[in-house]
Write a protein that binds this ligand. Structure first.
Ligand code: PLP
Length: 435
């Protein structure tokens, strides 16, 4: 573990102070650097592709607030729209037109979405979508996949790796078994297990929820067969197919993963990018299903700050920018270049890695096994990953602080930043190879 007290003393002191008053010193566990054996940077400010820590160090930011900052930090259009909205008041607890405008933009972007409801986080979006699926179908069972993360919803916090047909066991104290006993956990990309569960229980399954392209076990793409089977089986059994696009929505294209894959789920969940860096989540889909939500229908869901005008304005400005000046082709090209550069550097340092990537989401797994699900992701040498992470950090490149997360390239990065990243990678692999 790096001794932050000498290398980054202001961050180290801030972390000590925070730990006295905030559990673990952080307000979300992924920020605590537990996966890389150290303690976190404390951030003073951010600008474009950069984060600046309390010690005045500058880092190229490949976390981007875990996904939202696709345009980079402080994009002028987003800053301007947010300030303008703030001046009109920060929350009304009554409807405003900004909510309708952002809803129209989401519906315009994502062809499977006919109506949308805003909430304040991705967790709320998935939790509400599951409730709606159960309310709409009158069924209880839900299928999720090992390694997919859908926020800290009780019923979806189920131990990863459970085998087909076994019912879920909670993987956090405080989640009663009763909350997860209707959750079935299957292996991602396992078409046979999916078919088996539907054959046994198809008429009792309310919904299948998944990250259509997974970011939360590191980046793991689906097979075409898996998605085809998902759509066919759910349609055949009257089960709702729910895409959790909290991470992939507006990231892998303006229409999200479903546009890329050519799929049409019944419900979709969003978060991260649609709030432009502010707390927004959303769920949407077929109008006949969405009309079951209160007050149009009987399924209860509410929120004091839902549709917050400042957050809506930031979301509108972000989506507008993504539509008018789409960064996607350049993000694809730059991320591809990062992959090619890192793979070449790893090979010349003799460090076995896999580079999984879709668009601007990517993960470097420290394993010689191709990664297609949680089991294969877990073959990674996490110690080596941790060493690589700190070597990159010391060269001013801030990667996700866990092997099992996706990195995000952002629209504010230039070709020079990409070259810097590859050069830092080459030096870091050499250091890792030395042990
Ligand atoms: N779904 C996915 C795919 C996510 O990646 C996340 C968060 O990382 C969530 C849901 C939960 O979103 P939030 O952290 O905004 O509650």
């Amino acid at each position: 573990m790096l001794d932050l007290s000498t290398v980054r003393p202001a961050s180290a002191a801030a972390f000590e102070r925070a730990k006295a008053v905030i559990p673990g010193g952080v307000n979300s566990p992924a920020r605590a650097f537990g996966g890389v054996g150290g303690s976190p940077l404390f951030i003073a400010r951010a600008d474009g592709p950069f984060l600046f820590d309390l010690d005045g160090n500058r880092y190229l930011d490949f976390i981007g607030s875990w996904g939202p900052m696709i345009l980079g930090h402080c994009h002028p259009a987003v800053v301007e729209a947010t300030i303008a909205a703030l001046k009109n008041g920060s929350s009304y607890g009554a409807p405003c037109e900004l909510e309708t405008r952002l809803a129209e933009m989401v519906i315009d972007a994502v062809s499977s979405v006919e109506m949308v409801r805003f909430v304040s986080s991705g967790t709320e979006a998935t939790m509400s979508a599951i409730r709606l699926a159960r309310g709409f179908t009158g069924r209880d069972l839900v299928i999720k996949f090992a390694g997919c993360y859908h926020g800290h919803v009780d019923s979806l916090l189920v131990s990863a790796g459970s085998s087909a047909l076994t019912l879920g066991v909670p993987n956090s104290p405080g989640v009663p078994v009763g909350c997860t006993q209707d959750t079935i956990v299957l292996k991602f990309n396992d078409t046979a297990a999916l078919a088996e569960v539907f054959a046994a229980k198809g008429d009792k399954i309310a919904g299948v929820i998944l990250e259509p392209i997974v970011g939360n076990m590191g980046l793991v793409p689906p097979t075409a067969e898996f998605h085809r089977e998902l759509r066919q089986l759910t349609q055949k059994h009257g089960t709702l197919l729910i895409y959790d696009e909290v991470m992939t929505g507006f990231r892998l294209g303006y229409g999200g993963a479903q546009e890329l894959l050519g799929d049409k789920p019944d419900l979709s969940c969003f978060g991260k990018i649609i709030g432009g860096g502010y707390p927004v989540g959303a769920y949407g889909g077929r109008a006949d299903i969405m009309k079951k939500i209160m007050p149009a229908g009987p399924v209860f869901q509410a929120g004091t700050l839902s549709g917050n005008p400042v957050a809506m304005a930031a979301g509108i400005a972000t989506l507008n920018e993504l539509k008018v000046n789409p960064p996607y082709p350049r993000l694809e090209e730059q991320s591809k270049r990062i992959g090619e550069g890192l793979l070449k550097a790893a090979a010349s340092a003799n460090v076995p890695v896999q580079f999984n990537r879709v668009g601007s989401m990517w993960t470097l797994f420290f394993t010689d096994t191709p990664v297609s699900d949680l089991d294969t992701a877990k073959t990674s040498d996490t110690k080596r990953f941790g060493r690589f992470f700190w070597e990159m950090m010391d060269r001013g490149v801030y990667l996700p602080c866990s092997q099992f997360e996706a990195a995000f390239t952002c629209g504010a990065m230039t070709d020079e930043h990409i070259a810097t990243t590859i050069q830092a990678g080459a030096e870091s692999f050499q250091a890792v190879a030395k042990g």
